[in-house]
Write a protein that binds this ligand. Structure first.
Ligand code: ADP
Ligand code: ZN
Length: 740
């Protein structure tokens, strides 16, 4: 018998056995190909062959035939299938869902896995002879003509669209004037991955300093084996240049590079830099692409025609036949962990991929995660330090400012306000960091104390003044601010606490001349809004920038010399044991925005706890010591990275149903493990109700990953077959990052 073991996009955990389709010689079948198969009553699904076997648990007459084979050559290479199997085991997640999470939607739906042919433009004879003066009045046409002229074989349509905005009309004009022609159609990507490296001085390359050179040399030296590096470099130390030169080396040896960044929209400068340096060789993959664009990028990468793939979390799944290196920028960033469905960590997967493909993996950060710091200590990662800022600009002076008993102007202390005024007088920019959007986190009735809660979640709603509405930041429910109190019909509301919108208002009142720019999810919702604001900042069209953590990442603001951390206390005292780490990272990152050019910077941190040891270490720019304190704390409490956790979550619109399921789960796990794992709960989630559902969780912890894994496998299988499991929405989160 010839049995195809197929992964289907269902929540069921097993593979499904099928016989080959009619008229399909068995030697044409291989793992990694897609099939159409019958499933259930009359429905047809797409599946992927995971393996081929000569036996099945089902009797022959129960086996169905697959309907059709969709791929001549396997869609997914063997390495990809191995990674998928690893992920399915590690995260205890159905293999079908892993496979389908890992490929673009167009392929899930059965679209062909072929690169469409593309138009290529080249100069005609008269175009080649043209005197540039003749086009001096049509600047766009001239620019296009000169661009096309650079490549005698012609330039593909997509390269032109990438490089020029609104290129259609000038292209047509050139075509009508018979200056350019279409060279039939050809595949845009026949060029090999090999990067042509100019000899001698390379104009676009900066001369590395000693630390950078050391990092580059170490990484290159291990480019044929698995090796994990932590590029631990303070903000402004030139990590990007290290990545770029390493990538260049990898490309010149004919291999591909995969680069991950936390969020495309937040790091436009980094992306522009990579695109500029490796012009025409970069495929960018992120969530804002159309399905067609994403498929094209994915196929180019898989076929070895995209030398560099730059993307967000999900780009870790891109198959690349000649992969030579993986780089994870800002490795500590939370967005590398998927928070629903298959809850994988792209950073952790990068290391697994590196091991399997025997290539180096570089994790870069100015504020590495505690996991990575511990891995360095344990000798699993090699640390490469960049301890100096490239342009020798000094690190900012971090002042911990005690606001106790001080007269406040809204959220601003007298002291911070004085500094802001001085900075504006010097014609320099100020950045104020407040990680809370909206006007005020709570609005209250002055007559009876009533507070508006989200009807679907058990949280207070944030007041957004410009929309005159109350908004739930968890489920996006919003409603107009009532004119009278729903409880007592009173008319007097007052706002409690400060969000970015309120801070903006306070500043506008105190400093009416200043140009204020607020950057948060609300003000940057429109496409291109972020880019426009960044442009204003660089052009000097803003005096004060107010921002949430969006502003803390990756940007350079050379004219910012004062940074204010409006409220540092939230991070010091929290139920989440990771809050201290996050606060330290954000503080270091935001401070890194100050004084990057020749002017020195100052950071003022407002707090009610000026003696807190974390703040004191941070004020000395000592992230190492801060990390040491945090790690010691974790070790004493036996928390990750000194132990391993898994979180079983259950949600239901009936409280007792979710609790019952978790109680059964707990009893079963206890019976299986004989007290070898620590089990906590069930308890309500920190946010007990969200979008109308009650949420409970069970935390499982162990000092040994192996022990935990051994018990979770049979447990999850048991839970999957439990009738009570169908009454709740449940999921298992391995290495949970937040407990919300
Ligand atoms: P970070 O480590 O914060 O990512 P960047 O890579 O953004 O730092 O570098 C900060 C600045 O220093 C950039 O403007 C970059 O162009 C510049 N730079 C980096 N390396 C060098 C170098 N070797 N010589 C001159 N300038 C450099
Ligand atoms: Zn809500």
């Amino acid at each position: 018998m010839f049995i195809l073991r197929v992964a289907l996009n269902t929540p069921l955990r097993n593979l499904f056995d099928y016989l080959p389709p009619d008229n399909c010689p068995v030697e044409t079948l291989a793992p990694g190909q897609r099939l159409q198969v019958p499933f259930g009553k009359g429905s047809v699904r797409i599946g992927i062959i995971i393996s081929i076997s000569d036996t099945s648990k089902l009797p022959r007459h129960k086996l169905k035939k697959a309907i059709a084979l969709l791929d001549e050559v396997p869609l997914l290479p063997k390495k990809h299938l191995q990674l998928i199997e690893w992920v399915s085991h590690y995260y205890h997640h159905p293999i079908g869902d892993v496979v389908f999470t890992s490929i673009p939607a167009a392929l899930r739906q059965g679209k062909a896995a072929k690169i469409k042919q593309e138009i290529v433009w080249r100069l005609t004879e008269s175009g080649g002879k043209l005197d540039a003066d003749e086009l001096s009045r049509a600047k766009k046409q001239l620019a296009l003509l000169l661009f096309i002229k650079q490549t005698p074989d012609g330039v593909s349509q997509s390269r032109i669209t990438n490089k020029f905005k609104n290129s259609r009309q000038p292209l047509e004009a050139l075509f009508t004037k018979k200056l350019i022609e279409k060279t039939g159609t050809s595949v845009s990507t026949t060029s090999s991955a090999r990067m042509i490296c100019p000899q001698g001085d390379i104009p676009w390359q900066l001369k590395p300093n000693e630390e950078q050179q050391n990092a580059i040399d170490k990484i290159i030296a291990s480019s044929a084996t698995y090796h994990a590096f932590l590029l631990n470099g303070i903000t402004g130390s030139g990590k990007t240049e290290v990545y770029l030169q390493v990538i260049r080396h990898i490309l010149s040896s004919g291999k591909q590079a995969l680069v991950l960044v936390p969020e495309i929209g937040l790091t436009p400068q980094f992306i522009d830099l990579i695109k500029d340096r490796f012009e025409g060789k970069v495929v960018v993959l992120h969530s804002a692409l159309s399905e067609g664009e994403r498929l094209l990028g994915w196929l180019k990468a898989r076929d070895g025609q995209a030398p560099v793939v730059l993307g967000t979390r999900s780009a870790i799944w891109t198959p690349m036949p000649n992969l030579g290196i993986i780089i994870i920028d800002e490795e500590h960033d939370l967005s590398y962990k998927q928070q629903d469905g298959l809850r994988y960590s792209a950073r952790d997967l990068a290391l697994i991929r590196g091991q399997k493909e025997k290539i180096p993996v570089v994790l870069g950060s100015a504020t590495p995660s505690m996991e990575s710091m511990k891995n360095v200590r344990d000798g699993r990662y090699q640390e490469l330090r960049l301890s100096k800022r490239v342009n020798d600009s000094n690190l900012p002076d971090i002042q911990i400012h005690d606001v106790r008993n001080e007269k406040m102007h809204g959220a601003l202390s007298q002291y911070l306000l004085k500094n802001i005024k001085q900075c504006l007088k010097n014609k320099q920019q100020v950045l104020l960091f407040l990680n809370r959007r909206g006007y005020a986190p709570v609005i209250m009735c002055h007559d009876c104390g009533f507070i508006s809660q989200c009807p679907r979640c058990n949280v207070y709603m944030t007041f957004h003044k410009h929309k005159n509405s109350l908004c739930c930041h968890h489920c996006d429910h919003h409603e107009y601010l009532p004119e009278i109190c729903p409880d007592c019909s009173g008319h007097h509301f007052f706002e409690l606490g400060h969000g970015t919108e309120r801070l903006e208002e306070t500043l506008a009142e105190l400093l009416p001349e200043a140009k204020i720019l607020r950057i948060d999810r609300d003000s940057t919702r429109r496409k291109g809004a972020m880019q426009a604001m960044l442009k204003d900042i660089h052009a000097g069209d803003a005096d004060i920038l107010i921002g949430t953590q969006m502003l803390a990442k990756g940007h350079h603001f050379p004219n910012v010399t004062l940074v204010g951390i409006v409220d540092a206390d939230g991070g010091l005292f929290s139920v989440d044991y990771r809050a201290g780490e996050r606060m330290a990272q954000i503080l270091m990152q935001v401070s890194g925005r100050a004084g990057r050019s020749d002017q020195p910077g100052t950071v003022v941190v407002q707090t009610h706890h000026p003696d807190h040891p974390l703040l004191i270490e941070l004020a000395n720019h000592n992230y190492e010591r801060t990390a040491q304190l945090l790690l010691d704390e974790r070790q004493q409490a036996q928390l990750p990275p000194y132990s391993y956790q898994a979180l079983l979550r259950a949600e239901s619109n009936k409280q007792h149903v979710a609790v019952k399921f978790l109680n059964i789960a707990r009893t079963k796990l206890q019976a299986l493990t004989d007290r070898k794992l620590d089990i906590y709960g069930p308890v309500s989630a920190p946010m007990e109700k969200r979008a109308g559902r009650y949420r409970f969780q069970l935390l499982i912890q162990s000092g040994s990953r192996q022990t935990m894994k051994r018990f979770l496998t049979p447990w999850i299988e048991y839970l999957g077959n439990l009738p009570d499991s169908r009454k709740v929405r449940w999921s298992l989160d391995i290495d949970p990052q937040d407990m919300i």
